[in-house]
Unconditional design. Structure first.
Length: 515
């Protein structure tokens, strides 16, 4: 009887832990639902349904096994709490999603035990597919897939006798030019097709290496079918005109390509089984005792689960209490508003401009400067400074390395450069040579963050987390310089122009940014 009361007490504590977890992650999942509304991630709506179905398939096995609470759940629970603070203070939603997943696994392990959790291990793993990848990963992979699909698509057109040439993400057909935008990168098909490949492999009773081939093949399969879609646009353009690359036909061709990819994936399953006729091995039966019952808990196991559940409840309660009561981000104002930044810098004369409300609503900037500077030779440099007094989730510095490729710019050459800033020591900044149709530009950009000059988004997130803990500050800025290049101008000449402007502008900018 006493054991039964302890189990009820443990179940009540686990329910309270679930409520605390929901409280922690409501903002993150509100944002997650807004991401699912985007065309790239519409497939995420189906993932919870599939996960629930997979768990329903295992319900008999799961319910027949006794719960064997395990202190091992503290490990994923602790990892989830660490990830929560990394995401919360570093301003990264994807880290919060991983935190929620780790906390869920930890709570299940604490209450149900390792053997029982093993029965639903695959549905839990598959549930990770509902989280869209971080923007920096998604945009970089999308750019690479876009270029690969463009290359293969041009080769297909040339093999069919068409005069087709590629420059960046632009395909020149002679009679017209086609720009391969992000929607045609194939990534919006790759992720759901990869998820389907994993799902099919898990349900198909076959050898492990066949399953591996099935999953890995989703990548080249997506590239080939997406390249075929791009090539088909080039072939049909003379007959149907621009309508073939937009509107209904564009959406229908995307749906058709995905269905063809799925059919090829299923055909691959049939072919592997047909060519390699190896008797499928049935999954090993669950360990049973002589009475046919599930294996009992370890003798050392706390079968009531009261102590592990209480520990989890205390950890989550402290996490919720600290997150709601302590402000780790003091809002640090600029030393001077950016509207006072000089419009005359040496030989350069600037003209200010402003961004539309649709961009400001997304960026959540505290202050910004956007100006075009022109010198007596007619050269132009665009200066953009964005400042956040407190960087939070969705309100932090954005990298031009992810934003500009989304608007059609192709990074032909990118890396780092040493930039001389007035009388101070040189700093390391990002350098990118960009192409878009016939336009060329050279860009420098860097992130002044609380006395540091950073060039990497991972660094930015980690230092934001550390400074929030140790200095109660997460303020930071982005500085971006872009100069258009003349048709025959060399990269060295454009770089010297940016270097000269930066030597004059950065000492002035330092008087605006907080130390």
């Amino acid at each position: 009887m006493e054991l039964h009361k302890q189990q009820k007490y443990s179940l009540m504590l686990s329910a309270l832990c679930g409520c605390l977890g929901i409280w922690l992650f409501i903002p993150a999942f509100t944002y997650l639902l807004s991401r699912w509304d985007k065309e790239d991630f519409n497939y995420c709506y189906l993932i919870p349904v599939v996960v629930l179905y997979l768990i329903w398939q295992k319900r008999s096995e799961f319910l027949s096994m006794p719960s064997c609470p395990s202190w091992q759940g503290i490990v994923p629970l602790g990892a989830g709490i660490i990830l929560f603070w990394l995401g919360e203070l570093g301003g990264e939603y994807f880290t919060l999603y991983l935190s929620c997943w780790a906390l869920t696994v930890g709570l299940l392990l604490l209450y149900c035990g390792r053997r029982k959790l093993k029965t639903i291990a695959f549905p839990l793993f598959f549930s990770l597919a509902m989280f869209p990848p971080p923007a920096v990963v998604f945009d970089n992979v999308s750019l690479r897939l876009k270029l690969i699909s463009s290359q293969v698509g041009v080769k297909m057109l040339q093999l069919m006798g068409y005069s087709a040439f590629r420059e960046g993400n632009v395909i020149d057909l002679g009679f017209t030019q086609l720009q391969v935008v992000d929607a045609c990168s194939g990534l919006r098909y790759l992720i759901p097709l990869l998820a389907l490949g994993i799902l099919i492999a898990s349900q198909h009773r076959t050898t492990w290496w066949k399953r591996g081939i099935l999953i890995v093949s989703t990548v080249p399969l997506t590239v080939i079918t997406n390249s075929l879609r791009i090539a088909s646009v080039g072939m049909l353009f003379p007959m149907f005109g621009p309508a073939v690359a937009e509107g209904f036909f564009h959406d229908f061709s995307g749906w058709l390509i995905f269905m063809v990819s799925l059919a090829l994936l299923l055909g691959e399953v049939w072919l592997l089984d047909k060519v390699f006729k190896i008797r499928n091995q049935k999954p090993e039966a669950r360990s049973q005792n002589s009475n046919g019952k599930s294996e009992a808990c370890d003798v050392s196991c706390d079968s009531s689960g009261a102590a592990p559940a209480l520990a989890a409840f205390v950890l989550l309660l402290v996490t919720v209490g600290v997150s709601q009561s302590v402000d780790f981000r003091e809002k640090v104002p600029l030393s001077r508003p950016l509207r006072e930044f000089p419009v005359a810098i040496g030989d350069w004369q600037g003209t200010r401009s402003s961004m539309g409300e649709e961009y400001l609503n997304v960026l959540h900037l505290t202050d910004y400067l956007l100006a075009d500077y022109r010198n007596s030779k007619g050269n132009t440099i665009n200066l953009y400074v964005a400042y956040n007094s407190s960087q939070r989730k969705g309100e932090s510095s954005h990298s031009p390395g992810t934003c500009l490729p989304g608007s059609g710019w192709v990074f032909q050459d990118s890396g780092n450069a040493r930039l001389q800033t007035g009388n101070g020591p040189p700093i390391t900044v990002n350098r990118a040579y960009m192409l878009k149709n016939d336009e060329r530009q050279l860009m420098f950009y860097w992130f002044p963050q609380r006395g540091r000059i950073l060039t990497d988004m991972v660094q930015l997130k980690l230092y934001a987390f550390w400074d929030a803990l140790t200095r109660q500050r997460t303020d930071g800025a982005l500085v971006r310089l872009i100069t258009p290049m003349a048709r025959n101008e060399s990269l060295e000449a454009a770089e010297q122009r940016l270097q000269g402007f930066a030597r004059q502008a950065t000492p002035m900018l330092d008087t605006f940014l907080p130390k």
